[in-house]
Design a protein around this ligand. Structure first.
Ligand SMILES: Cc1cc2nc3c(=O)[nH]c(=O)nc-3n(C[C@H](O)[C@H](O)[C@H](O)COP(=O)(O)OP(=O)(O)OC[C@H]3O[C@@H](n4cnc5c(N)ncnc54)[C@H](O)[C@@H]3O)c2cc1C
Length: 384
């Protein structure tokens, strides 16, 4: 058992860390304050191969594997959580197209994602009435001559108006013969498609520089070759994509928590009360000790899931869910303790811990809530 990153993984991590420190961190507070989409940062990340860390080099990816991807995600999230989620979804979209797409789909879309020609990719599964239960989706794809016509409402689409390509899930069964999750298929829809309407940007608690929008599909017509994977296999594609995506979100949570803990440690050494640094107080030391321990435990779970995916494990659903639920909940506690260590100063925008606490909260919600992760884990354990 080897707990060290190999040479490639360490290089990817170092590259992401340097970029985050030089180009992302200095802008993170401003991006948050003005809810500004980080276009120039994303372009810089694409130049470094970060929009396709686990994608083949012949499609413009870095082909550096899943552990490298996790390490890079942690470093980018340490700099700016909004940038990190945009990068995470773009990597996920590239991987879905690579895994399930035809050669033509891969060659048409992936180089644009990895090169930064597309600012981002988007993943459109959730609907207003179907979040934890995506099989309850209503968006309908109807067969027409030479293609499909998509109608319905999607919700919570990260980078929905910025993305060059979106993976969109829709029902392909008929209203009078519903097939449950077997009646769902997956389509590639390019930005600017006729009939695609982008709704009002969500006014979020955190991740304010990432874009989250609802989308309305008003008879959006796509050609036959927009179908991704086999007809009726969309639910399986979504579940497989989310297994990998959860490693990304666990890594994002870890990155935010690392930043918060570092700031708490620095502050505890500077801030003096009762004529000594607050770091001298055992109450503060124990908070730091708990945070450090939880951060390391979460990182090990996350790298284990990443290593399993990288090794081609048949299933790593339980491990990805364990990493995601533990990392996101530990990260919340770590950010909360970091704010507590800052006292009143942690509650105002002058200190970054305030932003970290807002940003980290959603990691317990998206790509499956904590309750859904526990359901996935329990189902696997009980099945034996
Ligand atoms: C900022 C942001 C970005 C997002 N980006 C995307 C994106 O890019 N693409 C996309 O498709 N979606 C995206 N989402 C959607 C996200 O994945 C959903 O919000 C999430 O899956 C939960 O769905 P919901 O909000 O409808 O909550 P619901 O499913 O309505 O859940 C409400 C509550 O009920 C609980 N619950 C539901 N079912 C069960 C159950 N069986 N057992 C126990 N508890 C249960 C949930 O855990 C939760 O606490 C995003 C969400 C946010 C907030």
């Amino acid at each position: 058992m080897d707990f060290e990153l190999n040479e490639t993984q360490a290089l990817v991590r170092r590259t992401a860390r340097e970029f985050a420190e030089q180009r992302i961190m200095p802008l993170a507070a401003e991006l948050d304050e003005h809810s500004r989409f980080p276009s120039e940062i994303l372009a810089g990340l694409a130049e470094l191969g970060m929009m396709g860390v686990n994608l083949p080099t012949d499609l413009g990816g870095a082909e550096a594997g899943v552990v490298s991807y996790s390490a890079a995600m942690q470093e980018v999230a340490r700099g700016c959580a909004s940038t990190a989620v945009t990068m995470a979804v773009t990597n996920m979209v590239g991987e879905v197209i690579n895994a399930f797409g035809s050669d033509a789909q891969r060659e048409r879309q992936i180089p644009k994602l990895t090169s930064g020609e597309y600012a981002a990719g988007a993943f459109s599964l959730s609907e207003p009435e179907a979040g934890s239960d995506p099989a309850g989706m209503q968006t309908q794809a109807t067969k027409i001559d030479g293609g499909w016509s998509l109608s319905g409402q999607k919700q919570w689409v990260t980078s929905g108006s910025e993305a060059g390509v979106m993976v969109v899930w829709a029902r392909t069964d008929s209203a009078d013969d519903r097939q449950g999750h077997r009646g769902i298929s997956c389509f590639l829809v390019e930005q600017g498609a006729d009939g695609l309407e982008v709704g009002k940007k969500e006014d979020k608690l955190g991740l304010r520089a990432s874009e989250t929008v609802p989308l309305t599909f008003n008879d959006v017509e796509v050609e036959d070759d927009a179908l991704l994977g086999e007809l009726g296999s969309g639910f399986r594609i979504a579940m497989m994509a989310l297994d990998g995506g959860r490693i990304g979100i666990a890594s994002q949570a870890l990155g935010i928590a690392s930043a918060a803990l570092e700031e708490a440690i620095a502050y505890s050494k500077e801030r003096r009360q009762f004529k000594r640094p607050i770091a001298d107080f055992q109450a503060i030391q124990w908070m730091i000790a708990d945070s450090q321990t939880e951060l390391e435990a979460a990182r090990l779970l996350t790298y284990r899931a990443a290593a399993m995916k990288e090794a081609g494990a048949k299933s790593f659903s339980k491990e990805a869910a364990s990493a995601k639920v533990f990392a996101s909940e530990a990260a919340w506690r770590i950010c909360d303790r970091a704010l507590q260590i800052h006292g009143g100063y942690g509650y105002v925008r002058d200190f970054a811990v305030e932003r970290h606490l807002r940003d980290v909260r959603v990691t317990r919600i998206y790509e499956g809530t904590s309750e859904i992760q526990r359901t996935v884990i329990a189902r696997s354990v009980l099945r034996g």
